[in-house]
Design a protein around this ligand. Structure first.
Ligand code: NAD
Length: 500
């Protein structure tokens, strides 16, 4: 890692604005500016101009025009694909700038963010390919009739994204939405707007017609709610917390607007005594502490078979104590600061919650001994039972919770006793064990003997309160396109002649 050069700095605009119809809107008198603070230094980075209802209205009107009369939905698929490839190339050309903005604004380690920027480029290429193979169906079995089914873009999407991986989650939302000819208004998190604003500029620099992707910035209950409630919106794609997802679904239901929700998790990471324990240890550490522990797919409930628990937990704790916490721009850093102060406080409060529930603190549990910045020590606790709050609530920080089990039945039962069902991990070299886990765990993804690996071709999403719908090629076609049946007689059919 030390061979990678330190990234250089990039300019940050003194005020981050929305981007509507390809340009920043005129500043309105009396508008609200929100401070954007560097989580590493606690110093102000810039301010965010919040989009009010009028600005949201302008963004939706732009997306509507681009959909109802603009070139994008009417473009030959090869031309649209060329544009999406140009976006991929522009993202790659600006990869270091995007990585620096993401790492600086969200506190995410630069080595990880560099990978996420490459994935940001890749998703535009991938979904361009998928869109170019879109095809319909024909039915000729009914004698004398031809019926064909075509797919059409739905219209204007509201896309709402969280702060924990701003670029890769916003780009996933955009890249699954626009290739079919839809247009959108994106609202990223108010805490981490820098990289996403630059991404939307880059889309336009690559040649995307104005109005196809509009950006509005601001808080959820202000800007986000105005967007979801807007009558010009045809569907909502949301990535974020379960409570917010519920609010958004209720709002969308009032207008019968379809919603796709990618929500929270409290995923089980099952370590059996039949596992390669060195690999299971590496995988369990990265499964909880990567991305500063702020990941929906974290393996945050680590279930260890009792026969190996004491040795495994000791080794886990020893490694956790050696994790390099520090400046996310330093290539050697493994865990950076949490994204904002309120979130750091919330994660720290879970140490008190754990103690109150009778959990044993194994390591961490406090602010890291770094002069400034919202750093939390990588933390691990041993819970008294799966009913403890630290086993049932999503903490969303560098906070691992251990539980012990005796039999596989018990492990699967614990894994499933959660209101979430996003992902799961199982570590075992015994095939029947892994196959049973795959069959019986109620989660959208089961990773066997590997930390998170995202296969873009496969659906990704959650069971239960972890979401509704999936990201992925087939699911995106279903969510972002309408089906239309056209029915034509081959010979003129006889028609009953009313009133003849
Ligand atoms: P959040 O729900 O607080 O916010 C997500 C987005 O919704 C933000 O842009 C926010 O401004 C907006 N929002 C909030 N209230 C709103 C409202 N009333 N109307 C419209 N928009 C509103 O989530 P967060 O704290 O930003 O992100 C963390 C959560 O996201 C965690 O629960 C995590 O598990 C989840 N997440 C899920 C996935 C997934 O793929 N399943 C991926 C990443 C994060």
């Amino acid at each position: 890692m030390s061979a990678i050069p330190l990234p250089r700095g990039w300019p940050v605009a003194p005020r981050v604005q929305s981007l509507i119809d390809g340009a920043s809107p005129a500043l309105r008198a009396g508008g609200v500016d929100l401070p954007i603070v560097n989580p590493t230094t606690e110093e102000p980075l810039t301010v965010l101009r919040e989009a009010d209802a009028a600005e949201v209205d302008a963004a939706v009107a732009s997306a509507r025009r681009a959909f109802d009369s603009g070139p994008w939905p009417r473009m030959d698929i090869n031309a649209r694909k060329d544009l999406l490839y140009a976006i991929r190339d522009h993202v790659r050309a600006h990869a270091e700038e995007l990585a620096w903005l993401e790492s600086t604004g969200a506190g995410l380690p630069i080595w990880r963010v560099r990978d996420q920027v490459q994935r940001t480029a890749r998703v535009f290429e991938f979904f361009a390919e998928v869109a170019s193979t879109l095809h319909g169906e024909t039915y000729t079995q009914t004698a004398g009739w031809l019926t064909y089914v075509t797919r059409e873009p739905i219209g204007v999407a509201a896309l709402i994204a969280p702060w924990n991986a701003p670029l890769s989650l916003a780009s996933m939302r955009i890249a699954t939405c626009i290739p079919w000819g839809n247009t959108c208004v994106l609202k990223p998190s108010e805490y981490t707007p820098l990289s996403v604003r630059r991404l939307v500029e880059i889309l336009h620099e690559a040649g995307l017609p104005p109005g196809v992707v509009n950006l509005v910035n601001g808080r959820g209950p202000v800007t986000g709610a105005a967007l979801v409630d807007h009558p010009g919106i045809d569907l909502v794609g949301f990535t974020g917390g379960t409570a917010t997802g519920r609010t958004i679904m209720v709002a969308a239901a009032r207008r019968l607007v379809p919603t796709a929700l990618e929500l929270g998790g409290k995923s089980a990471n099952i370590v059996c005594d039949t596992a390669d324990l060195d690999r299971a240890l590496d995988g369990s550490l990265i499964g909880i502490y990567a991305n500063n522990g702020q990941q929906c797919l974290a393996g945050s409930r680590i279930l260890v078979q009792r026969s190996i628990a004491s040795e495994f937990i000791d080794r886990f704790v020893a490694r956790t104590k050696r994790i390099r916490v520090g400046d996310p721009l330093s290539p050697a850093t493994e865990v950076g600061p949490l994204a904002f102060e309120g979130h750091m406080q919330r994660v720290l409060d879970y140490t008190k919650v754990a103690r109150a529930d009778g959990a044993q603190l194994l390591t961490g549990g406090a602010r890291a001994a770094i002069e400034r910045g919202w750093f939390v020590e990588p933390t691990a606790v041993l819970a008294p039972s799966n009913d403890a709050r630290v086993c049932q609530e999503e903490i969303f920080g560098p906070f691992a919770t251990f539980l012990e089990f005796d039999t596989l039945d018990e492990a699967i039962d614990i894994a499933n006793r959660s209101r979430f069902g996003l992902v799961s991990y199982v570590w075992s070299d015994d095939l029947p064990t892994t196959m049973r886990c795959s069959r019986e765990i109620r989660a959208g993804t089961v990773w066997v003997n590997t930390p998170m690996m995202r296969e873009l071709r496969a659906p990704f999403g959650g069971y239960k309160e972890s979401g509704i719908g999936r990201d992925g090629p087939a699911a995106s076609v279903d969510f972002f396109t309408e089906q239309k049946a056209t029915i034509i007689p081959i010979d003129p059919p006889s028609i009953p002649r009313f009133g003849a």
